[in-house]
Design a protein around this ligand. Sequence first.
Ligand SMILES: [Zn+2]
Length: 389
Amino acid sequence: MMTNAAWLLMIPAAAAAGWLLGRRGGEIKSGNQVTRLSNTYFRGLNYLLNEQQDKAIEIFLQIAEVDKDTIETQFALGHLFRRRGEVDRAIRMHQSLVAKHGLSEDQKTRAVLALGEDYMRAGLLDRAETLLNDLVEMGVFKPQALRHLISITQAERDWYMAIEYAQKYEEVGGESMSKVISHFYCELADQARSKGDNKEARKLIADAYSADNQSVRAGMLEAQIELSENDDAGAIRAFERVVRHDYEYLPEVLPALLASYERKGETTRARSFLLEMTEHYAGVSPLLALSELIQKDEGVVAAYTFLAKQLQQRPSVRGEAALINLSLSEGHGDPQEALRTVKSITDLLVVHTPGYRCQRCGFSARAHHWQCPSCKNWGTIKPLLTSAS
Ligand SMILES: [Zn+2]
């Protein structure tokens, strides 16, 4: 993709080149016309520099229309039309270029690519696909054409073709598509699963894993299939794998995973997995789940002791609420001791809460600054309303 400014700058260049060619080509323009043209040109350039793109486009359209015979100008115009959303005009412009005699091989294929892009924009995906496929077979503009073909087949949800194009795109030196390809296989697996064809779905999940062996989605699909077949052991394996691939998915899978552990009576495995997670996942959910399991196995005091110790290292409000519940439940001995623990965790929470925030950019700070260190505005950092104020 060209940046806005980069391709807009092509327009005056193309128009100016066309104008020069026109002059050299013996079509002598009158002095007046040249002056008018260059005045218009500089007016357009001025708009462009002042970032008034709409007005600039108007002007360059006027220039380009004076210069209809130059091929580069027609390319530039076609770009302009498409950019302004006038896809029909862009299509007509590029169609006439494709049909034109005397174009170089390069100009011809560029026109085909541009026409393909117009068709895409117009939603004429079949036509776009045909043209872009031609380019791939001719071996020109392969990466661009394949990238377009991938997005067309995605829009058509034709995942097998999307996979094929993505693999070709990788072969011609585009960036790695393994994660994307893995998602395409997951789309297919999901379709098979919802049709009740679990065997096919499992095969496609294996394909998804071979494209991306860290795929979270493949693991989630696998777990769903195991659950639908009442195979809790399989679901546990799949869920644990998902979370080990990406710890941030822990809260997403935890309720279903805990239910599977419970149905299988796998308390020991559950406890060791959750303990492993407390090392990797900063949130409080594995702690809370673990303390519930400890309470069931060893009673309130053991759960309380575990949770109190963990919350000293990672204080959290939800954790504190669970701790208070434990201290209020039957069988917990010493209310004085519980209050002292809650007090010390609350102190930690107050220290951890930032006291000031910039109202302009959202920068938060523990100490007050008159000038925001982030957005450099003065007087925008104010004390926050916190539990301490
Ligand atoms: Zn700021």
